[in-house]
Each structure stands twice: as structure tokens, then as C-alpha cells.
Ligand binder design. Sequence first.
Ligand SMILES: C[S@@+](CC[C@H](N)C(=O)[O-])C[C@H]1O[C@@H](n2cnc3c(N)ncnc32)[C@H](O)[C@@H]1O
Length: 216
Amino acid sequence: MTKISNDYYANLLRMLEDKYVAADRNGDLAGGSGSGGGLVRWERKRRVIAAAFDRGGTWLDVGCANGLLMETVTAWTAQKGTHLEPYGLELSPRIAERARIRVARWADRIWCGNVMVWKPPMRFDYVTLLPEYAPPELRATMIERVLRFFLNDGGRLIVCCYRPGSAPGAHTGDGPSAPALLRELGFTSDGAAEVRDDDGTRWTSVAWIDRKQPGL
Ligand SMILES: C[S@@+](CC[C@H](N)C(=O)[O-])C[C@H]1O[C@@H](n2cnc3c(N)ncnc32)[C@H](O)[C@@H]1O
């Protein structure tokens, strides 16, 4: 089992847990998933993720927060005729509870656990995650783990990078590039997509790796 740093996750939850729960309770759905500026901005930032889904299947959103990405990406892909069955994994029991209350129809598909140690009860056709779910020295391990133990053969890992500073105007330049990040960690992307803000800076960048079928 991977040795994980409890301090890393305690800090992470200190930074976001109360904020996400309060936003969700107050009806700020995007805030309940850590994104400032409301739902119109949410769609401008997140819709690009739908480009990574090119056929139907099961999808695990690691770090699902209040479940908003599960709902919206499923709706956006449905518009192009791609049917997804979304599942969620969330580190914080309090945040996972918000997701189960809000998206009650998927309550039994929202698990609580840390992607670094959690044992998935099934395999998925797609998994989405953010690099920050592991400290920098364990990011390659996290990606290996998801490719080996979470995905079906031919399944797709989608790494999402968001520009920090989620409030309008709070950012200072380009956000990280997902393909560059995967390269630095020793992986080659099978595809990528990004969206830029009005000022031309990189807003959201996604890159994906397909789990190769055995023998290919
Ligand atoms: C920024 S939100 C992402 C929401 C949504 N998935 C998206 O991409 O917009 C990050 C969520 O990931 C959770 N998280 C962080 N590290 C995690 C880990 N190691 N395993 C599972 N969830 C994690 C946090 O508690 C937080 O709710």
C-alpha cells in the first residue's frame, strides 16, 4: 500500500472543507465544487472536459465534491449522444454527504475515500482526477495506481488542471498545462483539450491516457 502523508490531506481539508460545505448549503453549487463565479462561469471552465468522452460508459469522478461535475458532464455528453453512468469518490465525509443529499439518485454511487488507498469495488471506462490529490512526489504513483486498478482495459484516465484563483479576476496568468504535467511525470498523453479565458490565458487544460488493451 502507498504510504500517504496525513498532514497533506489534513491541510487540504482545512483549506476547502468548510468552504465547500457552506457554499453548497447556501445554494452556491459551483462554490460547493470549489469554483468561484457561479454556474455560467462553471460551464465556461468545465465544459471542455466533455471533449474527453468519445463513447458511452461508466465514469468515476475522483474528488467529486458536491457532485456538480458528475451532473454537468453527464448532461453535456448526452447532448452529443454519449451516455455516461457517473460515480463519485470524495475524500471528505462531510462533502460526500452534501453530494449524496444533492444528487440523491446517485447516493449509493458516491463513496468516501482517498484515491491513494481506496480499493474500487468495480472498474470504470473513465476516471477523472486532479494532480493535487497527491503530493508532488506521489503524483506519478497515483496515476499508475488508477491506470492499473481503477480502469477497464481500453478505459481512459482524464487529468484535469484548473487555473488557481477561481474568483473572477483573481488569477495571475496561464493555468497549468495537463499534457506538460503528464510529460514531466513520465507519461505520454493520448489526447488533450483546453479552454482559454477572454484575456487569452489558459483556464482549464485536460489530457488523457488510454489504458492499453493487453497484447496491443
Ligand atoms: C476542486 S474539487 C473538484 C470537483 C470536481 N471533481 C471538478 O473537477 O470540478 C476537489 C475535491 O477533491 C477532493 N479530494 C482531494 N484529494 C482527494 C483524494 N486524495 N481522494 C479523493 N478526493 C480527494 C477534495 O476534498 C475536493 O472535494
